[in-house]
Design a protein around this ligand. Structure first.
Ligand SMILES: [Zn+2]
Length: 55
């Protein structure tokens, strides 16, 4: 019997990337999640600028 949960969720295999256009600078980038269309998607650099500061 194998635990069917093993390896799921923590798998470091290739992630599915989605092509998006950054909502800030307009640069094409890729994100590891599927954009839901309701939130702006930013490239890595702009994400740093836009993420909430919690300090
Ligand atoms: Zn950007």
């Amino acid at each position: 019997m194998y635990d069917d949960r093993r390896g799921r969720g923590y798998d470091r295999g290739p992630q599915e990337m989605h092509d998006v256009t950054c909502a800030d600078c307009g640069k094409e980038t890729q994100v590891p999640f599927k954009p839901d269309g309701t939130r702006p998607v930013y490239c890595r650099e702009c994400y740093q600028k836009h993420r909430p500061q919690r300090y």
